[in-house]
Design a protein around this ligand. Structure first.
Ligand SMILES: [Zn+2]
Ligand SMILES: [Zn+2]
Length: 195
């Protein structure tokens, strides 16, 4: 229920669509405007294209795991409990050594230490970090690993595409110097501009 409610957040849905659009657009630009013009007659085109797509595939896999997995929601009580009763019980629990357990006034549930209430998901999340619109989900105890992996692959894909742009440029300059100078002379300015 709560995860469905979470997915209905308009900002989260827009951010999700933007994330997928950015990934596919980056793939299109790198292949169409960097790899094919620079390495069209070389094995490097296939190699770089495969590695870049592998990184994007891992990125999307981690992203969907972070989106669709439970971030660690604290289960709701099966029956409504009187609040005054909850307060006295929690103080008794503290005496017994269960320190840090609190009562959420919004979803009326006992929550362990470091659990926080998310206003978007309308639930308490164990070890909540933040609510991330880019995964349209909370980052909590159970999906933090996937979220960090998603960030890692995003950084890796960005860095790799930067390296590809620079190396494609260097490759072009070198191939022009080695020969075909006359042949390339007419098209090279526009190709440099594309890179
Ligand atoms: Zn709560
Ligand atoms: Zn949330």
């Amino acid at each position: 229920m709560a995860s469905l409610r979470c997915r209905r957040d308009p900002c989260g849905v827009i951010c999700l669509i933007l994330t997928y659009f950015s990934v596919f657009y980056a793939d299109y630009v790198v292949i169409q405007y960097v790899l094919i013009p620079a390495y069209s007659d070389s094995v490097w085109c296939t190699l770089h294209g495969s590695v870049f797509n592998l990184i994007l595939l891992l990125l999307l896999a981690c992203h969907s795991k972070a989106v669709f997995s439970d971030p660690g929601m604290v289960p709701l009580p099966e029956t409504a409990i009187d609040f005054s009763d909850l307060r006295s019980q929690s103080s008794r629990m503290n005496e017994r050594g269960c320190e840090g357990w609190t009562v959420c006034s919004r979803c009326e549930t006992y929550r362990p230490p470091r659990a926080h209430h998310c206003r978007v998901c309308q639930r308490c999340i164990r070890r909540m970090d933040h609510h991330c619109p880019w995964i349209n989900n909370c980052v909590g105890e159970l999906n933090q690993k996937y979220f960090i992996q998603f960030l890692f692959y995003t950084g890796m894909a960005s860095l790799y595409s930067l390296v590809l742009v620079v190396s494609a440029w260097v490759w072009r300059i070198r191939s022009e110097r080695e020969g075909d100078a006359e042949k390339e002379a007419e098209e090279s300015p526009s190709k440099h501009l594309i890179v």
